[in-house]
Design a protein around this ligand. Sequence first.
Ligand code: NAD
Ligand code: TYD
Length: 336
Amino acid sequence: MKNLLVTGGAGFIGANFTQFMLNTYSDVTVTVFDKLTYAGNLENLASVSDDLRYQFYQGDICDAEAVDKAMRQFNIDAIVNFAAETHVDRSLMEPGSFIQTDVYGTFVLLEAAKNFGVERYHQISTDEVYGEVMTGRSTENDNLEPRSPYSASKAGGDLLCLSYFTSFDLPVTITRGSNNIGPYQYPEKVVPLFVTNAIDNKALPIYGDGSQMRDYQHVQDHCAGIDMVLRKGQVGEIYNLGTGEETTNLTMAQSILALLGKPESLLQPVTDRPGHDRRYAIDVSKAGALEWENRYDFAAAIDATVKWYVDNEDWWRKIKSGAAYKEYYAKNYSRR
Ligand code: NAD
Ligand code: TYD
């Protein structure tokens, strides 16, 4: 596994992973294959753009010809698939692109992986495929009970991956991560949205009563976990990656306001998200047994994340001032 195809590598986690791999290993090359949707941003990869072990290929994972061309051109021996439509609220408004990219796109990549005989196909999945978990913690053997078009599409992708392991012996691994936070997250997701709104003294829209629980993991810890599964994971297996720490949306929002020295009067309850999953919680002991542990707890992760957005205003102001972002914001929040 020396020549990686990192699909979706211009997005939040994929860009962090690309940097992580190039900084950690001197003998890997990374080809980022990305469609550059609204969420893809080459500025996320600026720090590696001069690295001779890195190249960028613009393409759609649903386009088999483009995928094959990149596989051949860069002598790919492993695929790590981050490419996806990723935002639950958008999946409620326009589910079609989620099914197309997260299900059909995964199929196209699996076919390429099979035809080129890669050493590994790794699928980046999410704890949201387990659905809302009101008690206990989801283990990798639990039933999939996705409740949004986003999580249903991701679950479809996971099942296709497992079928290629069973039917074709494709060396597949899957990781199911919890909510990531950190540098380069598109400011539609709650943490960068709240941090950047708070910096501008704008309201923080809290869906419903704000008591929903998420496991917020720093993206660096997620990337280290994915790398560990690539090196030590068993093919055909799924590994949950998260912290095991639960935080309510209200606590998360209050932490952000406290770190920025902003008043709690910025908290604004708004109409809840339809079908809002109240709680995700995963058991991460299977990944832990592979000798991987988190470096950040919630307090350290949110502190580092807030600092990054304070220090990188140019990055997010460019996105938030764009017409596409403004249109999305109006569409999602005006009806609330
Ligand atoms: P993101 O939305 O920031 O980035 C997605 C990237 O995929 C973008 O660069 C986009 O241009 C690209 N892309 C989208 N459709 C494509 C297509 N058809 N062909 C090629 N590229 C395409 O997403 P993210 O938050 O970095 O998430 C990455 C992966 O991790 C996703 O699979 C997501 O389901 C999973 N995940 C995310 C989180 C989270 O908290 N963000 C948690 C667990 C799992
Ligand atoms: P989000 O970042 O969209 O991730 P996901 O829903 O995939 O876990 O949202 C995280 C939590 O924050 C979720 O419980 C919904 C809530 N939320 C708000 O309260 N207000 C917002 O404006 C957004 C985007 C999310």
